[in-house]
Design a protein around this ligand. Structure first.
Ligand code: GDP
Ligand code: MG
Length: 716
């Protein structure tokens, strides 16, 4: 076997199956990272049956124009690194759309092998693709595969090795006569490789880019006085064809692809595909959103209340309490360990971590459903549908997926914003993802609802509504500033055929989300549990510093009291509420735990149980002065303010600079403060309270926000 290293670069549209193919080819021999300088995923690996074959998974793109980070990365990689072969992965079930990119890949002067993926879908539909003819037309090898079923992957690799050895570049597609003549004229104006100019293999690509007006390429060409002559040729062509330079090439490519597709593909007659039938309902303008709401209601119902609840109860009552906590406590006591240490271990660490652990099964069920919906193709439809809605607020439907993922956990939610091409939209989305109540905020919602609102279901609903409204308001307001302005990029998303979700993908998606959650629990929560236990058990009592009997003497109280003034205008200035808010910045689950401990009910788990059982929660209610309004304002602030450490770290990692991250987190806190101030001040005024300076401030802030909203909506 050839011992020379061969590099194969996988290029294709998003959703064409690149990742699936990459994983199938590389097995576990892969390194995942980011492309230098940008947060776009980079994957490298070697073929699992021959380590001399290296594989690069390039970002999914629809074209080689320089509009998105993904497009630039892909073409820079191909042009500069010159992999031995480009494997262009084409979704055969969507062949027409996919071949558009193919026409551009053929122009890069590198050997190309086309992997015609999803052939299982094509065959199931009964469509026929004339592979021989396609091969002849494009001048490169075409291999039918199914990445998911791992069919004919060896054939693909064999074809790629052959292409690398022969090193034959495909012939680029031919444009209509007028365009070709213009290209010819322009090509002569570009200096050749021998003269220190453009490499021969990139001549056609460069000429085409010059014709299209691709500024990135043009800036690198030293054209000198020939620039004017090139522009003259282009102007003439624009007049002849009555179109602008970029559109001329785009439509010529589309025409070519349409014609080619007609020649090589025969669709099965008569029967409408299953996906098309389902889509009639699911992407229907009238029915689509209600169906979606129903699906989500079922998903949340099952994962949070029924199935999720059973598993959680089991984890809490049996697993943590009976199997771990009680035996450990008995053991430690019998071993004569001091009471303080038993308290630290059992109440501080096991109790604290147990409360979170109890929450994981619910999240797992939720993640499972979301992963299935995503993998079977439903989420793509929802993004498509919501694009119509989001567009009105200057955002793209793509922002929706991060938000949805964010309802599980903010960390993967923020990371899911990577799929958004436009940097301004991405920034905006990253900033607002965590307004959605994530899994860790659910216990807080449950606690407030139970303690103060008689378990009224509308309160939980209002928490989600508050999240969505905050996202929309943020979008409308911030879009008026240049850092966020501009229309969202046109929405192009493949609507893949529905298919049975693959267990591999589902598992991977769940594991990824659980991993970030578990990491957070193990690192931050153990630390915070110990800290809370310490601050609640120690303090300056009558005999100086030491273990104290009453929480009134605890360090917690001192810290809470120190910062209480900040939250007085928002209504919740009891030291317990303030401490819970501060520690909530480490992990939102802490809020319930801290409130539980500080209201001497016990740990968070116990507090939630008592809330559910409707037991006397006087101490808990007293933290909010017995006021529903204060409790709600507290909840609103904690739902909207800066997320937990883990999510904040993710925001820092995903944004381009520390400044952007500081702005994002600062904005979230400010927004939360303003909202809870307005809620509390206007609420208490409405309930008959006096009109104070703070009421005036709240009214003024409300007016400013309304003004910005109206201005934003008018502009859009
Ligand atoms: P990427 O965006 O190009 O990385 O695409 P993915 O690898 O994530 O695949 C997108 C979807 O297509 C996933 O749900 C895959 O399970 C599915 N998929 C990939 N290859 C095949 C295939 O050969 N047949 C079928 N039926 N589905 C596939
Ligand atoms: Mg992928």
């Amino acid at each position: 076997m050839n011992s020379k290293k061969i590099r194969l670069a996988l290029a294709g549209n998003p959703n064409s199956g690149k990742t699936t193919l990459f994983n199938a080819l590389t097995g576990t021999n892969q390194v995942v990272g980011n492309w230098p300088g940008v947060t776009v995923e980079q994957k490298l690996g070697s073929y699992r049956k021959n380590h001399n074959i290296q594989i690069v998974d390039l970002p999914g793109i629809y074209s080689l124009s320089p509009y998105t980070a993904e497009e630039i990365i892909t073409r820079d990689y191909l042009v500069r690194e010159k992999p031995e072969v480009i494997i262009n992965i084409v979704d055969a079930s969507n062949i027409e759309r996919n071949l558009y990119l193919t026409t551009q890949l053929l122009e890069l002067g590198l050997p190309v092998v086309i992997a015609l993926n999803m052939m299982d879908v094509v065959n199931a539909r009964g469509d026929i693709i004339d592979v021989d003819s396609l091969q002849r037309q494009l001048g490169c090898q075409v291999v039918e595969i199914s990445a998911l079923k791992e069919t004919n992957l060896e054939g693909l690799i064999a074809a790629s090795i052959k292409a690398a050895e022969e090193n034959i570049t495909p012939k680029a597609i031919e444009f209509p006569g007028r365009i070709e003549r213009a290209l010819q004229e322009m090509s002569e104006l570009i200096s050749s490789e021998r003269e220190g100019g453009v490499e021969d293999r990139l001549r056609r690509y460069t000429t085409l880019k010059l014709l299209e007006g691709d500024s990135v390429i043009i800036d690198n060409l030293v054209l000198g006085e020939t620039q004017a002559r090139a522009e003259a040729v282009i102007s003439r062509l624009e007049k002849e064809l009555d179109d602008d330079r970029e559109s001329i090439i785009i439509s010529a490519r589309y025409d070519y692809v349409t014609e080619l597709t007609a020649r090589i593909r025969r669709k099965a007659e008569g029967k409408e595909s299953f996906s098309a039938k389902v889509d009639k309902f699911v992407t229907n303008k009238v029915l689509g959103l209600p169906i979606f709401a129903l699906v989500m209601a079922v998903v949340y119902g099952v994962s949070v209340s029924t199935v999720g609840q059973w598993v959680t109860d089991f984890t809490n009552d049996v697993f943590v309490e009976e199997w771990i906590k009680t035996p450990v406590a008995d053991f430690l006591e019998s071993a004569g360990v001091s009471e303080a240490l038993v308290g630290l271990i059992c109440d501080g660490i096991i109790g604290g971590v147990g409360a979170i652990l109890g929450f994981m099964p619910q999240m797992m069920v939720l993640f499972l459903f979301l992963a299935i919906l995503e993998d079977c193709g439903y989420m793509a439809r929802i993004a498509f549908l919501l694009d119509l809605l989001f567009r009105r607020f200057g955002m793209s439907g793509k922002s929706f997926i991060p938000m949805l993922v964010g309802t599980g956990c903010g960390v993967p939610g923020i990371m899911a914003a990577r799929t958004i091409e436009n940097p301004r939209d991405r920034r905006l989305t990253i900033m607002s993802v965590t307004f959605m109540p994530c899994g860790a905020k659910l216990p807080l919602i449950a606690m407030i609802t139970g303690a103060l609102f008689d378990n009224n279901g509308y309160i939980a609903f209002s928490a989600y509504a508050l999240g969505i409204v905050s996202v929309i308001v943020t979008g409308i307001i911030l879009k008026q500033f240049t850092a966020f302005a501009g229309a969202p990029t046109p929405f192009v998303i493949e609507l893949p055929d529905y298919h049975f979700p693959s267990w591999k993908n589902v598992r991977q998606s769940i594991l990824m989300k659980l991993e970030s959650y578990a990491k957070k629990v193990v690192t931050i929560y153990i630390f915070v549990s110990i800290l809370v236990w310490f601050m609640a058990s120690f303090g300056f009592g009558d005999e100086g510093f030491g273990m104290i009997e009453s929480l009134e003497d605890s360090l917690c109280r001192d810290v809470g009291t120190l910062f209480a003034w900040i939250f007085t205008p928002c209504g919740f200035d009891s030291w317990q509420a303030v401490v819970a808010t501060l520690l909530g910045l480490a992990a939102k689950e802490d809020i319930v735990g801290v409130l539980g401990v500080l209201s001497s009910i016990g740990d968070g788990e116990k507090a939630l149980e008592m809330v559910e059982a409707g037991e006397n929660l006087g101490d808990l209610v007293a933290i909010f002065g017995g006021s529903k309004l204060v409790g709600y304002s507290f909840m609103a602030f904690n739902l909207l303010c800066a997320p937990c450490f883990a999510a904040m770290a993710t925001i820092v990692a995903e944004l381009d600079s520390k400044w952007e991250a500081a702005f994002a987190i600062g904005y979230e806190c400010l927004f939360a403060y303003v909202v809870s101030l307005i809620i509390y001040q206007l609420g208490s005024w409405y309930l008959g309270g006096p009109f104070t300076m703070w009421t005036g401030t709240a009214v003024a802030l409300l007016l400013v926000m309304t003004g910005l909203l109206i201005r934003g909506i008018r502009r859009a």
